[in-house]
Design a protein around this ligand. Sequence first.
Ligand code: OAD
Length: 248
Amino acid sequence: MYRQIVVLTGAGISAESGIKTFRDEDGLWEQHHIEDVATPEGYARDINLVERFYNSRWENLHSGEVHPNAAHAALAKLEAEFSGKLLVITQNVDDLHERAGSKRLLHMHGELSKGRCPQSLQTFVLREPFGEDNCCTCCIPAKRLRPHIVWFGEMPFGMDRIHDALDNCDLFIAIGTSGTVYPAAGFVDSANHHGAQTVEVNLLAADRHSQFQYHFTGKAGDVVPALVESILAGKTLGSEAATKEMSA
Ligand code: OAD
């Protein structure tokens, strides 16, 4: 029986909902240069290009065609029914965890549905796409909102809370992340170091250098609901019952 669980999610959990990942074939970073659309320098160079990139993702998220999938729903169920503590840390900027019902959730790379005043750092829910007319209401004169997204070279949000949760968890689950971007890629080491069980859910089989103790290969929408049921039934990984169920 686990007491404290930390879940880290990446783009792979939203792939079955129709949101592109970054590094898979046809992923976002195959079509855009990171330095142009995901750095403060790129934004300073060409605001309009960066705004177009985030506006098109924002429009996709609000198209009515993108919905949480079974993996998001299972994590919300885990939060509602687990007797211990749970924190979901997401690298995703979509709001599919919230739409599924998750509340103990930390968006470490920011949120697509918010803009931020570059002066006061106050955030505003985005009711219309970014542009020169979409400004803050906290400054005079009003400032053009920037995407509330953590760009390369910027500090992710909530690191103190994240480290505290990782230091104290007994199960760490990473779902649908390539483990290429730090600091998130290092969370597994931290959890291992503090004695937690560590498990990865990914479409691809684990490589032999994987830091994770357990690996489940498959779509998040198939694997995560079974994993959640097993945790809620009080089983721990490595116990025969849990392993049998997961590989079924
Ligand atoms: P990536 O695109 O790097 O990795 C997505 C992972 O999800 C890959 O390992 C896939 O094998 C896996 N995957 C794809 N479909 C899946 C499915 N249906 N079920 C399970 N796994 C699946 O995305 P992230 O690891 O999230 O940062 O990327 C990390 C960060 O890099 C992002 O937050 C973003 C990006 O640059 C910023 O923009 C700051």
